[in-house]
Design a protein around this ligand. Sequence first.
Ligand code: SF4
Ligand code: SF4
Length: 470
Amino acid sequence: MPNKNLSNLLDSAQTAQRIPVKNLSPVTSSGKIHIREQKGQLQQLRTGINGLFLALFFLLPFISYEGRQAILFDLSQQQFIFFGTTLWPQDFTILAWVFITAAFLLFFITVFWGRIWCGYLCPQTSWSFIYVWIETRIEGSRNKRYALDKAPWSVDKLKKRLLKHIAWATIALFTGCGFIAYFVPARDLYLDIFSFGASFWVTAWVWFFAICTYLNAGWMREQMCLHCCPYARFQSAMFDANTKTVTYDASRGETRGPRKRNEPSSLGDCVDCNLCVEVCPTGIDIRNGLQYECINCGACVDACNQTMNKFGYPANLISYTSENSLAGKAEPFYESYKFLAYGIAALIMVSVIAVDIYNRNSIELNVLRDRQSLYRETVDDNIENSFTLKIRNKTQQTRLYRIYVSGSNAYQLVGEANLTIKPGEQLDYPVTVLAKPELLAGTRNEITFTVAEQHNYSQISQQSSFFAPI
Ligand code: SF4
Ligand code: SF4
């Protein structure tokens, strides 16, 4: 069904007449895509969004909260710290819920705006555009870069290539540090890496992510989107007739052809300047209709609007538009079952996260019975059972706790009931419980241990068994 929508859109983009496809891009001859730098509203928007997320990516690990790094996946301690809240491996379901919610939100947005994620938010696209920006500053415009590719090796070519790869590698190294800064204390990381003082594993992981960044953004670029990204393959399943995708209005643009400015022409509005192809990071010609390679970056929209402006034609020959809009139909998106399905699924997941957070406890308790003996009889004929309480303080502050015992009998805790546990620490606390045999109902009696936190009154309880002689 979704493929039918896709093909409908493709058909509608090619309805009036068969579009003569003329690929002027040198992509096909050299196999390498050098894109023309494009300015315009959408490119400004993309640069702004990318800039914001890049700043967040690099700066978030430097934010401190309650004296600690605010966001830290501390693998050595098996804990994830997020602004004073500590998640332990047993709490990681919440992270799974967050990822599932994010996936449903992505699907939800895709129903309306197609692959907007790919064009404006995806790290692969962001880093690729940064690398192209550096390449353009060092090697020059698109045509100069193609010429440099073909030119024989010279001192100038060597200098430019060296400079470009050093700049790419530097950004890759910072990216590797930026990523690993979420796993080790960020403030020491950069200093340690650049002074060669980091441990072997930290250095290895930083370099691993640096090399991945360098290869992805410098060399693979659109190949990742075309051949590796699973989202590119299944996103069309979320499209419907109201999904806004970058589309060429063939009924207005054809028959295309070159002409002089300010001269009347009987041709369509496409002046066949080929700019839309030259700016495309995946090397496609959007005039051929909707293609899975299109990442919805909007570069061709800006390029074409620039040409339309020069020729005094109305804007948006290429634009973000839907199949319904192109056919002049209304866009009742609320009728879409996908809108409802993904929206409801996202809401359910948000509720699941809220319930999970509400039920989270800052104390963890495990009660283990003494394996050496079921019970002991004291000199004054009372019955004694021994337990080990494994109590974990899941907060990032030292906390005071008090232990209580309760059950069907009057149990008495022998020893100190108050204890202090350091942040994140687990204490193995041996306790002995005493009971009068005449008050015990049988050989196996129910007993409940409660550990209460004296700071915020949260508490946790666990049941166990108290044994007595037959
Ligand atoms: S066709 Fe246009 S929107 Fe799609 S990837 Fe190419 S430039 Fe970006
Ligand atoms: S940029 Fe616009 S006018 Fe130029 S070739 Fe592409 S569609 Fe035609």
